[in-house]
Design a protein around this ligand. Structure first.
Ligand SMILES: C[S@@+](CC[C@H](N)C(=O)[O-])C[C@H]1O[C@@H](n2cnc3c(N)ncnc32)[C@H](O)[C@@H]1O
Length: 284
């Protein structure tokens, strides 16, 4: 019988826990039991493609430390990670970055470069939205300093889509008309491509945020991290944020998703007074 016609074998409760543990240890992503049927189908699709006949033998393979196992693990995580995103998904947060930069320009307190990280960038819409507002500010001020957006994600397919920078009409619905005119060009197939002056500023890199202490030893102006920490346990969210503080310049801005982190405080970070944006400024 062809594989596709076989019934999906059931992942037992113990197997679900075993897979969930491995996923959480390696990515921070925590699954809930309601996701069992969905996880089953994602794992099954990969094990079938790899020629395995049961969950346990495929588990033993991906749990190994070999290069082949690591490659296969990356493919599996690619299927499991939720990559939902959109341009200006939370416009208030992106506009907050615009105001923050505008103030730096007005006060002439810009450093040599303006560096932004988009963490858990998915298919790139968030990074390009940030690039749009940063570019707006510099064009308005008629200055041309170095700026760059580093977009990090664990998912190779999401990063590949980000580098391609082509989005369907439906995916650009949240971009205002004047932004579309300035930053997107219509392709022959009706999709929209981000213009090269923004594409050149965004660098997509594969990285696992739970190893935040291993991120490049640089300090940046803005760290933008939304709809990622929400998949992690509370202690891990705090741990990642503590590590990110070290990567901010003094005076740097950290923005997380509203309500994603409720119980985090850091001696160097001050929460801003904004109600609709969860933002923190590094004090020293
Ligand atoms: C729901 S999307 C959020 C995208 C975007 N930040 C937004 O708010 O629209 C979450 C992204 O986090 C990525 N992700 C999950 N675990 C990760 C990890 N440990 N390290 C880096 N990226 C991760 C996923 O691949 C996915 O693209």
């Amino acid at each position: 019988m062809a594989w596709s016609l076989r019934t999906l074998p059931t992942l037992s409760e113990d197997q679900f826990l075993q897979w969930g543990k491995l996923l959480e240890e390696r990515t921070g992503i925590q699954l809930v039991f309601q996701q069992k049927a969905w996880l089953e189908s994602q794992i099954y699709a990969r094990l079938r493609d790899m020629g395995y006949s049961d969950y346990d033998s495929y588990y033993l393979f991906v749990a190994e430390e070999s290069i082949d196992s690591k490659l296969e693990w990356a493919r599996l995580v690619d299927r499991i990670a939720v990559k939902e995103t959109s341009f200006f998904r939370h416009r208030e947060s992106i506009e907050y970055v615009r105001n923050y930069l505008q103030q730096k320009i007005n006060n002439q307190s810009l450093h040599d470069s303006f560096d932004v990280w988009s963490l858990g960038c998915a298919t790139g819409e968030e990074a390009y939205s940030l690039a749009m507002v940063v570019n707006d500010c510099f064009e308005l001020a008629a200055i041309n300093p170095y700026y760059g957006i580093t977009a990090l994600d664990i998912s190779p397919s999401a990063l590949a889509a980000g580098r391609k920078a082509r989005y369907s009409k439906r995916r650009v619905e949240q971009v205002k008309l004047d932004e579309v005119k300035r930053y997107l060009q219509v392709c022959a197939d009706g999709s929209f491509e981000v213009v090269s002056k923004l594409r050149d500023r965004v660098c997509f890199t594969q990285s696992n945020i739970i190893n935040a202490r291993q991120l490049p030893q640089v300090q940046v102006d803005v760290i933008f991290c939304q709809n990622l920490l929400v998949y992690f346990r509370r202690w891990l969210r705090r741990d990642v944020l503590n590590a990110l503080v070290e990567r901010l310049k003094p005076g740097g801005l950290l923005i997380v998703g509203l309500g994603e982190v409720m119980d985090w405080e850091h001696p160097d970070m001050q929460r801003t007074n904004e109600d609709q944006v969860q933002a923190y400024i590094r004090q020293r």
